[in-house]
Design a protein around this ligand. Structure first.
Ligand code: IDP
Ligand code: MG
Length: 148
């Protein structure tokens, strides 16, 4: 089953949206197989966003992500990567479709509430970076009502 790394960024935590946002992933049918709240160390933020190192927004992004606690999680399901990203909406909240997390709660690209892995390789890298390589899954009794 596919896995993806999702993070609720400091704005989501500070605004009291943890429950609301996790609930959207959960209700959709993505299964939470790992979950923690943490203050992101500078070194972890830099590794996570290394791909953006040369971008003009990089410094602000690192400051944003280390500015308060985040909620990190691993979600599992068929096409979990795409399912999580479509639940979040596109990067810029004003361009995101209504009903997505970023559109419903966000106004600016630099405060867009959530992160989700953008592909299989990124997902493997990010899960290992944030949670290590040994993650168990669990049996969800509802699965036959969500997955064919
Ligand atoms: P994604 O989070 O939708 O995958 P990326 O292009 O990978 O989007 O960018 C990573 C994060 O960097 C975004 O979620 C957003 O927080 C931040 N970011 C991207 N572009 C900008 C920008 O133009 N200004 C400020 N922050 C940005
Ligand atoms: Mg990205």
């Amino acid at each position: 089953m596919e896995r993806t790394f999702v993070m609720l960024k400091p704005d989501a935590v500070q605004r009291g949206l943890i429950g609301e946002i996790i609930s959207r992933f959960e209700k959709r049918g993505l299964k939470i197989i790992a979950l923690k709240l943490l203050q992101v160390p500078q070194s972890l933020a830099e590794k996570h966003y290394a791909v953006h190192k040369e971008r003009p927004f990089y410094q602000g992004l690192i400051e944003y992500i280390t500015s308060g606690p985040v909620v990190a999680m691993v979600l599992e399901g068929p096409s979990a990567i795409q399912a999580a990203r479509s639940t979040m909406g596109v990067t810029n909240p004003v361009a995101a479709a209504p009903g997505t997390i970023r559109a419903d709660f966000g106004m600016e690209i630099g405060r867009n509430l959530t992160h989700g892995s953008d592909g299989a390789e990124t997902s493997a890298f990010e899960i290992s970076l944030w949670f290590g390589d040994e993650l168990d899954t669990w049996q969800r009794d509802q699965d036959r009502w969500i997955l064919e």
